[in-house]
Design a protein around this ligand. Sequence first.
Ligand code: SF4
Length: 571
Amino acid sequence: MTDNSFNDEQQRYLRGVTAGLHLARGVPGMTGLTGGKRLRPDDFHAQARIRAEAAGGELCGQEKAKADLNPNDMWDEMAGLAARGEYPKGDMVFLMKSNGLFYVAPNQDSYMCRLRMPGGIFSAHQFRGVADLAEQFGGGYTHVTTRANLQIREIGAAHSLDVLMGLQDIGILNRGAGGDNIRNITGSPLAGIDPQELIDVTPYCRAMHHHILNHRELNGLPRKFNIAFDGAGRISALEGTNDVGFAAVLPKGDGPLPRRPYFRLLLGGITGHQDFARDTGVMLKPEECVAVAHAVLRVFLSSGDRTDRDKARLKYVLDRWGFEKFMREVQKQLPFTLRRYPLARCETRAPVEKSGHVGIHDQAQRGKRYVGVVVPVGRLTVAQMHLLADLADRYGDARLRTTVWQNLLLGDIAKADVDSVVKAIVGAGLHVEASPARAGMVACTGSFGCKFANAETKGNAMTLVEHLEKTLELDEPMNIHVTGCPNSCAQHYIGDIGLLGCKVDDPDAADPEEADQVDGFHVFVGGGYEDEQGIARELAASVAASRLPVYIEQLMGAYMDRRHKGERFVA
Ligand code: SF4
């Protein structure tokens, strides 16, 4: 699709869009493969109310709020608030999250806007547009999130709809980015350029994304819901931490299935509750995934707990029913039979490259490289975003790939251009090389902008990185996940080191009896993902933030001194 009225940048963007549409046409989930009568969101609320009453319970406050005002239909209310320059109160704060707008008082008296972009792959045009919105209506920066997404922060009361309209103008539809909805669809960030991947997950992420946006019955879930597609490439999509994970596999060829890529269906991941998604025994053709996700969601919609927020995630339905019963219900929603296939008859996933998201690497296409840009704790200024978008346009494929490690990748760079790209990145105050601690550091928003936080996270994370860089020569990749509260947005249970914010008595107080409460962290060790999957164990409770760098230095130093040959920190 070309049109001489478009400039080069617009034509490149349109080529990407139409390529995606062409692929999506082959996905049956997009053409009505999901079975059964379509339900309205109100039907689920009615069912939930009846079930809750029959069990002698009561719908929780959030469910009542959703029943009173469907978040899809609250544009006028949001417009009224913006016109009056007011922030929401009461239930409106919760309901607006479904439109991607988070009023984050008291930590910041402003909105944070969370986007959604399937697979985390933005066009340069969109990336530039987000930067412009952050400059015009926000704080002049964005955060890359642990779901390979972007957040614009410090949006004033009058500008909430300016941001939403601006996003829609550049093709970013963020309905359902928060609240009880399916969050941004994550995928392997190297999709399509990974020399190791089994499947380019891009069309499936996009198909899932648009499927959700165009099925109102998939709004208003009992609780938030995460879906990820992993193509078995060098960089994981962390699909095991999602409610639904699609993990690419190859049959060994010793059974009835042909040796072509399939997806395993994993269910129930929620690492904040110390559970990874588990294999269901189901093997899917790629084009079946959207329909199966829809069926899983329908079962969750009608069976999830709407009385107790702490037990409302999919994991608790699975705990209550068991996987077999749950999958029988899923099967009833589908017009085709689910394919059971032993995991043992599939090849083991190729190992991930833990530092594959930073630095310069070969990609699948001969002569091309991808560049992993280090973005310390995910913060990007508007000027940096413009520079990166310009580099993607001039030297790459006009795309920017955000990752769950809170950084981003530029792909399709010719070997001869790598030096120019690196020079420009460094000139903008960013880097492509990093120490193991810096490369593997992720941190949630923390008390800087989240009311749930027990501690400041990003600043403490950077203090820790700088201390470790000065005092230790770490010689292996090291993931450090800093999370401000048990909601675990930074997934402390899967870090080599996980830090969970808390309040502690000030250890420097003159009188311990009169000590103030200051930031501290519980320290967890030994978590991992993919071939090193494991839930971290608590090693120390309530370490004051001021003492944390020396504590971690001593911990890592002891490990490096005493480890056996070939021993890994996760062992
Ligand atoms: Fe906020 Fe807690 Fe999530 Fe951090 S983990 S962003 S403190 S809710």
